[in-house]
Ligand binder design. Structure first.
Ligand SMILES: [Zn+2]
Length: 243
């Protein structure tokens, strides 16, 4: 039998039940091109290995050609890439939730129990999706991650965030005092006040990230403020009466 090299396969749009037809472009030993068809069940390993797109490392968990779960994804995927979202701060929880649910539905264990390999791949991708969702839903972590993607540095991780800005220092000290002094019955009001403040800082940060002219230092300052306000919101929450 003549030796054939498979160049590229395309999934036929028509497939009955679990079998799929792949149209593949193959080269024979003499370098002539042939169109070959393979009919396979949807998740046979043989199909995965015969598909060149399956071995292309991108941030997608599924092969665009044969739809199979991929054996590997690129090592350089950001949490934005993982969820297939644009790399920007201005994302609503709804955007993130839609992307999250769409991926978790495709990675559901029931769809990937054909082999131990596929099921462990689906489980590990599902963990990545969970982590991406956790990071991007949290306004502080999302900002931190975006700075890491945009500037290659994790500003909040390098030692203690600096409190060089006197205005921010004053603000933090006053707010801390206010939290310490709050009476239990007023804690809920103070909590709401800080939540509102947190939303304002998120708005400021969104404007800065959206504005191409804002500097990394300005963004960092606002991010540090947001980190403090977010911590305060948590602290007050612990002081509010338990319902
Ligand atoms: Zn494939």
């Amino acid at each position: 039998m003549m030796k054939m090299t498979t160049m590229r396969c395309l999934l036929q749009p028509f497939h009955r039940s679990l079998s799929r037809t792949l149209l593949c472009l193959t080269l024979d030993a003499a370098g002539r091109r042939h169109i070959t068809t393979f009919t396979t069940t949807a998740t046979k390993d043989s199909e995965e290995t015969s598909c060149l797109d399956c071995s292309t490392a991108t941030c997608s968990f599924f092969c665009p050609t044969c739809n199979n779960i991929k054996k590997t994804i690129s090592k350089n995927c950001s949490h934005f890439d993982i969820l297939g979202l644009p790399t920007k701060y201005d994302l609503s929880n709804e955007d993130i939730d839609i992307a999250y649910k769409k991926l978790q539905k495709r990675l559901h264990p029931d769809l990937h129990h054909q082999s131990p390999d596929t099921s462990s791949l689906a489980a590990s991708y599902s963990t990545k999706v969970n982590m991406a969702c956790d990071v991007l839903t949290d306004p502080v972590l999302r900002g931190q991650h975006l700075m890491l993607v945009n500037y290659g540095v994790d500003p909040l991780k390098e030692g203690t965030p600096s409190l060089e800005d006197p205005e921010l220092l004053m603000f933090v000290m006053e707010a801390r005092q206010e939290i310490e002094d709050v009476e239990t019955e007023n804690a809920e009001t103070l909590h709401q006040h800080h939540r509102k403040m947190m939303n304002e800082v998120v708005k400021d940060l969104t404007l800065q990230f959206n504005n191409g002219k804002s500097s990394m230092d300005d963004q960092l300052k606002t991010l540090i403020k947001l980190q403090y306000v977010s911590k305060m919101v948590d602290e007050i929450q612990h002081r509010t009466p338990v319902m």
